[in-house]
Design a protein around this ligand. Sequence first.
Ligand code: UD1
Length: 372
Amino acid sequence: MSKIKAMLVVGARPQFIKSAPLIKEIISKHTRIDLSIVHSGQHYDSQMSQIFFRELKIPKPFANLRAASGSHATQTAIIMKRLERLIQSANPDVVIVPGDANTTLAAALTAAKLSVPVAHVEAGLRSGDMTMPEEVNRKLTDHCSAVRFAPTRTAVLNLKKEGLKRATYLTGDTMVDALRTVMPTVQRRQSTVLAALGLQTHDYVLVTLHRPSNVDNLSRLNEIQLALRKLSRRLKVVFPVHPRTHARLARLEVLPALRTKGLLRVPPQGYVETLSLLNNASCLLTDSGGMQKESFLLHVPCVTLRSTTEWPETLTRKANQLIAHPRLIPRTVLATASNMRLRDAIRHLRNPFGTGHASTAITRILENMRRH
Ligand code: UD1
């Protein structure tokens, strides 16, 4: 039987992580799938892109669209324009798109317009907040996909509510597969950042912030950085700064004030180092989607600086708490970080994200797709 020709399009940091186990499964298990990887170029810095290819042993993409930064429309349009030609010449049977980044939607739209079936990995997530660019991306991608791989039961229900029951599969989450693969390495080695900063386990809170709703509005970002400085007088703060956030903090002229004895600002980190920092933290303060889930899986209490989440499963038993206002940061983080019972309670919660075999399930379904 001839092989299914699949094209996987990735470009933003979380997409590399979500795709790595699927790529490994497809390539190393000699499946009936002939896979080509395309990098949109949305993320281009070494610390935002190359490091993940190295750590997760992702093969070199056969093309890079070099979309880089720009407004959402520009970024999406450039990816679409350059990808169209590639799809036309490669003529894949299916285009696989993971997650909810601009790259996801751009690739899904391009393929759908060329009548090439789209397969969405991490389908069905909903925060209910259409002001988030990711909510727009994930909703539209689901609706133009031919096959949807949902990570959780909640995601399946969300898709059913939108009339997308057909060709929706509950597969589990490929981020669980990725996490399981690297945890032995994380546990074996000492965190480079912790060693350099002289920090001990449970000595600090890990902070990651990059959502436009938090960092693009400078007065809100100013409130956030003041809250972090206040918090750092009571508890050490380790803060790997995303390029978007770095640029806005530079505009506020507060970068030097965010590198003190208690507030340890560092560059964005790779996957292994990030999991290591998270695994040893007393608490996570974040606005990332993926990290809310990773902290749940590693039993680290999480405080999310947002009023909605696309991972409602993490809200069980205060494993993750949503806070809308930056002024709540010091109080909530201090109370959460010192609550030893909470960590133990999270350890005993049921894991709704799957057993680490999502990539196998997805591959089986892709192998049985009909060639178009
Ligand atoms: C994107 C995704 C978001 C994901 C995040 C992870 C969208 C709409 N958002 O947001 O869902 O959680 O990635 O990081 O797709 N930049 C660099 N170097 C890089 C990449 C970006 O300096 O390698 C700068 C650019 O100047 C850009 C800014 O960071 O203006 C934001 O990058 P962009 O890709 O637009 O969105 P993210 O905020 O990274």
